[in-house]
Design a protein around this ligand. Sequence first.
Ligand SMILES: CC[C@@H](C(=O)O)C(=O)SCCNC(=O)CCNC(=O)[C@H](O)C(C)(C)COP(=O)(O)OP(=O)(O)OC[C@H]1O[C@@H](n2cnc3c(N)ncnc32)[C@H](O)[C@@H]1OP(=O)(O)O
Ligand SMILES: [Co+2]
Length: 136
Amino acid sequence: MQTLDHVAIATPDLETGSAPYLALGLHPEGPDELVESQGVQVRAFRLGETLIELLAPVRPDSPIARFLEQRGPGLHHLAFRVPQLEAEVERLEAEGARLLNREPRPGRAGSRVVFLHPKWGQGTLMELVEHPQGEG
Ligand SMILES: CC[C@@H](C(=O)O)C(=O)SCCNC(=O)CCNC(=O)[C@H](O)C(C)(C)COP(=O)(O)OP(=O)(O)OC[C@H]1O[C@@H](n2cnc3c(N)ncnc32)[C@H](O)[C@@H]1OP(=O)(O)O
Ligand SMILES: [Co+2]
């Protein structure tokens, strides 16, 4: 795994959360996307191969709503792009990684994602992302 796919930032709403990135001269890539399974609305800003993804909760029981309650807005997770999700999950399990889900979940833009516990990540929540073939 060599590519940082995205850096995710938790924000109570996308307009407020966008202000610093717009001031820095970045532009949203495509329309905002609702990822229903995670209870978030996503706005992405591209920086080379990496996206900055702003995540705003759309329901109070979503992981992002809980994070905002506990910690306030800010850095939420790092996501690494992998070519074959199941193979990378197996490899990391053999390394002793603590998975939050073994069964891939739907992510943004048709991707499949698996999360690694922030305790295992030494205080950082991490995500593995596999994009549909030929994309991302
Ligand atoms: C846009 C879709 C998709 C994509 O395509 O990229 C996404 O990225 S969706 C993003 C949102 N979804 C998720 O985050 C799913 C995975 N997350 C979870 O399962 C949970 O949020 C969690 C990480 C298990 C935390 O859940 P919580 O209910 O808060 O559990 P705990 O209270 O037991 O917390 C344990 C411990 O971890 C700390 N914590 C929580 N979140 C983070 C974080 N983002 N980064 C670092 N640390 C985090 C929490 O504070 C607790 O610490 P202690 O108090 O010291 O025990
Ligand atoms: Co993510």
